[in-house]
Design a protein around this ligand. Sequence first.
Ligand code: CA
Length: 224
Amino acid sequence: MKVLVIEDEKKIASFIRKGLEAQGFVVDVCHHGDDGYLMATTQPFDALVLDIMLPGRDGLSILRNLRERGHPVPVILLTARSELNERLEGLNLGADDYLTKPFFIEELVARLHVVTRRASGASHSILAVGDLTVNLLTREVKRGDFAVELTAREFELLEHLARSPGRVLTRAQICERVWNYDFDPGTNLVEVYIQRLRKKIDAGFDNKLIETIRGVGYRMKPDK
Ligand code: CA
């Protein structure tokens, strides 16, 4: 399990790193809010441990920006005893849990297990975007009350898009993930499959779920 710790107090950050590594976690540490945000948005992590007061972008801004982009990574906030308002705001913004400093490393480990289990539990059964549901076990897809028949590749493409609504996937990323091969800029394979999906998922509905981000790629409409 890979965890990103964004905490500017070096002593606390190193206490967390040592404690989590001793429990078998892979840990990256950032001491600056801007670096932390960049890492969180460009590398995959199973969870974030996020301090509130940080140089650069503060913890709540990082959290807000992640959730606005539809980023689903579980987040545990580290708060000081006096930061009651920040704690509540953090939970409202979509933090999964919080810990008040000082804390025992065992508490953090226990909470990390809970929030990541919750996240993977959700990802193992049904993905939902608006009135679209994608059942990963039965591979049934429904838009509202209508069952949608998809080929295996179409299903895989839809699954990747629906796993993180709001997050843009480039054509290259889609090629690698769905077809397992390097992107050939000369091919319009991705466009063709997106069109097919649109016909099956979006045609006849006012609320179009698959969005083109011009010059970049595609995404599922972020949930509001
Ligand atoms: Ca701090």
